[in-house]
Design a protein around this ligand. Sequence first.
Ligand code: ATP
Length: 235
Amino acid sequence: MLELNNVHVSYGGRRVVHGVTLRAPERSIVALIGANGAGKTSILRSIMGLTPASSGEIRLFGERIEKLPTAAIVQRGIALSPEGRRVFPHMSVYENLQSGAYLQRDKALTGRTLQEIYDRFPRLAERRQQPAGTLSGGEQQMLAMGRALMAQPKVLLLDEPSLGLAPLVVREIAAIVRDINASRGLSVVLVEQNAHMALKLCHTAYVLEAGQLTLSGSGQELLESQHVRQAYLGL
Ligand code: ATP
């Protein structure tokens, strides 16, 4: 479904992603783990067209998208829940969710999607009129995911959903990601520094080190890898 072939990303003249090739098949959860600054966010930004790849191919259902503007990429079915959530703090939960559907012209469909999101995230429904900035960290993460889902993506990109959250809340977010993947059948690309959470949750995982993929396998395989255990799981 989503494929990256030999993708490079640079800022100015400085290359930070060096020839990444990865696949996110239909209905899969694919994790991308790596240390701070390894280039994980830059890969997601290149998929969204926010920092276009300097070379390489990105395909969605076979169609090349690496040169398309972000709005066209969203319309083709990819949505991002960004690192740090980036909710609009002074806008209500409802307005934040609506902002995720800004490209959707079918108002009836948007209304149905909103109701589905309220059903999936009852805490957002209870707080629909509350300013987003007053939500807890976990609730803001749910809002960021809900806002991305309002675009009705086929591929959902999640950038560090566990960041700054207590272990119990991380578990709750992980359960939601699993449920979204299973019930909506969409693919999830999950970027995480919390390697344990990501490897438990995913079907396939890739390890990114200094802008290059160094390992890949099933989540279970990487949980058992000596290198991953030492470098990312502190074991
Ligand atoms: P983190 O987990 O800390 O977000 P990451 O793996 O997502 O890390 P990136 O945010 O993709 O890593 O950063 C990769 C490299 O690119 C880093 O060296 C970073 O300083 C650099 N970088 C990121 N954004 C920019 C930018 N807008 N301009 C210049 N350099 C950037």
